[in-house]
Each structure stands twice: as structure tokens, then as C-alpha cells.
Ligand binder design. Structure first.
Ligand SMILES: *[C@@H]1O[C@H](CO)[C@@H](O)[C@H](O)[C@H]1NC(C)=O
Ligand SMILES: *[C@@H]1O[C@H](CO)[C@@H](O)[C@H](O)[C@H]1NC(C)=O
Ligand SMILES: *[C@@H]1O[C@H](CO)[C@@H](O)[C@H](O)[C@H]1NC(C)=O
Ligand SMILES: *[C@@H]1O[C@H](CO)[C@@H](O)[C@H](O)[C@H]1NC(C)=O
Length: 328
């Protein structure tokens, strides 16, 4: 999901929100590359155990895999069981998600090369090691159907799949209403591949769009895009099964991704006073370690993911028909 907050919505936001002011670094000396895509909207990225990729889900419902500069992106898989390439390929119309699929969150379980997917219309899915059609794993939890499955993380130590359903009321075609109504029916969920059960970890979340697990599997970090805040959910220790707010952000945060070092990048779109697309790197305490501004070089209206992989930052968004790659 990506949230474009219009000025009307800004005006009704409670004024008591404590905004953190970033010390902003303008990215200028870095290289910026575009990897062309067959359709727009690379929302999220994944890499397999052979370090191949990125893999990404695009607006026409495909999951595509990058095969290097010569070949570019090729089809890897799809989520809509009856997806017609002729009808769907190349579309950017999200209203077609029920027909073409719309993979939003992606993550490999590396030991088995299984690609888990949070699809906006088809729920939690998985694609086997050879690609192709996805298998549906869950479409709801505790009697409540998913409306907007969004962020996803696979814990490599436990094999648990953590994902978010951004709302129990509004779907991908209704994101504007989700934002203007300050929806707070989102949930943080866990899928256990052994029991095939989905457990609700947190509910009452406001547009939960991203989730990341710590390197040692002791906690999760969850982003609420509508309330612009970041929560920590403890999986282990004395605070297990409880959450605390780590950080309030300025602008609309979306996906969160852990780095190999163990810290986290949050993608943040700022609308006012100046439009800016940022990556905010935080640690386990919610302390901001670094802020990068990708616009105007990354010229699109919003950013939804910053995914650091082998020294490069892969930028996700809903609109461009390329993958933006920053290399410092
Ligand atoms: C975030 O904002 C809320 C409400 O404005 C405030 O109560 C809370 O203390 C803030 N939390 C942090 C960690 O800044
Ligand atoms: C699959 O697509 C075909 C042709 O577009 C259509 O006739 C059929 O009803 C579809 N089946 C499902 C389950 O959507
Ligand atoms: C959202 O829900 C409406 C009403 O149920 C439906 O018409 C529309 O196709 C749905 N959109 C998506 C993307 O699933
Ligand atoms: C979708 O594509 C059409 C035609 O190329 C373009 O006019 C429109 O702006 C695009 N919409 C989005 C949301 O990218």
C-alpha cells in the first residue's frame, strides 16, 4: 500500500503528534540506476539464496526476476489463479487486482527457496522453488477476512511468516477512504508453516504497511502508515507478546526492511512543506541513524520501500516502470 496524504487529511491530523526532525543528507555523489520493468509499480524486493534478483511484484500482478543487464526482468510467478497474460500484462490498473493479482509484500524462506507473498486480493501465498503459480495459504484470520495484505517478512531462523493486513474494512481500491477515515482495523499476523495456522499478534493498527524481524528473532518492527508511527513487538523475553511505540515520523512511512547489519530502513514519503522521498535508517531503539533524500533524482511521487542489498539501495514505488537502484 502507499498513502498519498492530501492536504485536507494533513489538516485533520491531531496537532499533538510529536514530530521528529531529521538531519537530512541530500544524496548527490551516489550513482543512480534504473532497471526497466515490463509494468510499473515495484512495491517490494526479495533476493534468493544464490543472491539472484531482485525479485519484485508489479502492478500487472506478475512477480518478475532480474537476470542481469543483458536479459533484464523475466517472469517468475503470478498470484491470480486464472491470470491471463494477454489481458493483464502491462496494466497499471489496481482495480484489476481481483483478476490479475497484486503482489505487495515479498520474502524468501531461503533454505527452501520458497517465495512468500502478501497479495492484495489473494491473501497469503507461496511460490515453490521453480516459480510459476502461487499456492494460497490463508485469506483471513480468526474469522476476519483479509482486505489488504501488504507487508511481509520471513524469519529465516524459525520459518515463521510475519505479515500485515492493512485494514479489515478497505481494500486496495479504497486506500483513499482508509486514509481519510483514519482506519484502525489493521492487523499484524503470523503464519506457522508447520501448523498452517495464522495467529493475530496485534490488532487495531492504523494502516500497517510493513513488518521486519530482528536478526535474532527476538522482536518485530511494524510500521503504521496512517498514524505515521513505528512499533516494536516483542517475541521473546520479559516483554514477549507486548508492543511499544518506538518512533513517530513526519510524513507517510511504508515498508520496513532489515539490513545485513541488523538495523532497518523505512521508506518515507513527505508531502509538506516540500515533497521529498526519504529513506530513514533506525536501530532497535527507534533512534534515527541516517536519513537519505532520494528525490529529485528518484523522480516519482512516492516511495514505499528501501531495501539494502550488497551495498545498493533498491527503491520501491507504485508508479515508475523501473527499479531505482542507488549505489553509494
Ligand atoms: C508518539 O506520539 C504519541 C502521541 O502523539 C505520544 O504519546 C508518544 O509519546 C510518542 N512516542 C514517541 C516514542 O515519541
Ligand atoms: C478464468 O478465465 C476464463 C477466461 O477468461 C473465464 O471464462 C473463467 O470464468 C475464469 N475462471 C475463474 C475461476 O475465474
Ligand atoms: C474492493 O472492494 C470492492 C467492493 O467490494 C470491489 O468492487 C473491488 O473490486 C475491490 N477491489 C480490489 C482491488 O480488490
Ligand atoms: C497508468 O498508465 C496510463 C497509460 O499509460 C497513465 O496515463 C496513468 O497515469 C498510469 N497510472 C498510474 C497510476 O501509474
Amino acid at each position: 500500500m502507499a498513502i498519498i496524504r492530501n492536504s485536507k487529511t494533513i489538516a485533520v491530523l491531531p496537532v499533538f503528534i510529536l514530530y521528529i526532525s531529521f538531519s537530512s543528507t541530500l544524496v548527490s555523489a551516489v550513482s543512480f540506476k534504473k532497471l526497466p520493468l515490463p509494468a510499473p509499480g515495484p512495491e517490494s524486493y526479495a533476493f534468493d539464496s544464490a543472491c539472484h534478483g531482485p525479485y519484485t511484484g508489479i502492478a500487472d500482478g506478475r512477480i518478475v526476476k532480474y537476470r542481469g543487464p543483458k536479459t533484464g526482468f523475466v517472469d517468475y510467478g503470478f498470484t491470480a489463479p486464472n491470470r491471463s497474460k494477454q489481458f493483464c500484462d502491462g496494466t497499471n490498473n489496481t482495480d484489476l487486482a481481483p483478476i490479475c493479482g497484486r503482489p505487495l509484500g515479498l520474502g524468501f524462506y531461503l533454505p527452501k527457496k520458497e517465495l512468500y507473498i502478501a497479495d492484495a486480493s489473494y491473501g497469503l501465498m507461496v511460490i515453490g522453488p521453480n516459480g510459476g503459480a502461487a499456492t494460497q495459504l490463508a485469506t483471513g484470520a480468526e474469522g476476519v477476512p483479509f482486505r489488504l495484505p501488504d507487508g511481509l517478512e520471513v524469519d529465516q531462523l524459525t520459518g515463521f511468516v510475519y505479515f500485515t493486513d492493512a485494514s479489515a474494512v478497505y481494500n486496495l481500491s479504497q486506500v483513499n477512504q482508509l486514509v481519510s477515515n483514519h482506519d484502525a482495523t489493521g492487523r499484524l499476523l503470523r503464519y506457522d508453516p508447520k501448523t498452517k495456522q495464522v495467529t493475530v499478534l496485534l490488532e487495531g493498527l492504523s494502516g500497517p504497511s510493513g513488518v521486519a524481524a530482528s536478526k535474532d528473532s527476538s522482536y518485530l518492527i511494524v510500521v503504521e502508515s496512517v498514524s505515521s508511527r513505528i512499533q516494536k513487538y516483542w517475541l521473546k523475553g520479559p516483554k514477549a507478546n507486548t508492543a511499544e511505540v518506538l518512533l513517530n515520523l513526519t510524513g507517510s512511512p511504508d515498508k520496513i526492511k532489515r539490513t545485513a547489519r541488523g538495523d532497518f530502513w523505512v521508506a518515507v514519503t513527505v508531502q509538506t512543506p516540500t515533497h521529498a522521498l526519504k529513506g530513514v535508517r533506525i536501530n532497535e531503539a527507534g533512534t534515527i541513524l541516517e536519513t537519505l533524500t532520494f528525490s529529485p533524482k528518484y523522480d516519482t511521487s512516492l516511495i514505499v520501500e528501501v531495501n539494502e542489498y550488497k551495498g545498493a539501495l533498491y527503491l520501491g514505488s507504485l508508479y515508475p516502470n523501473f527499479v531505482g537502484v542507488y549505489r553509494p
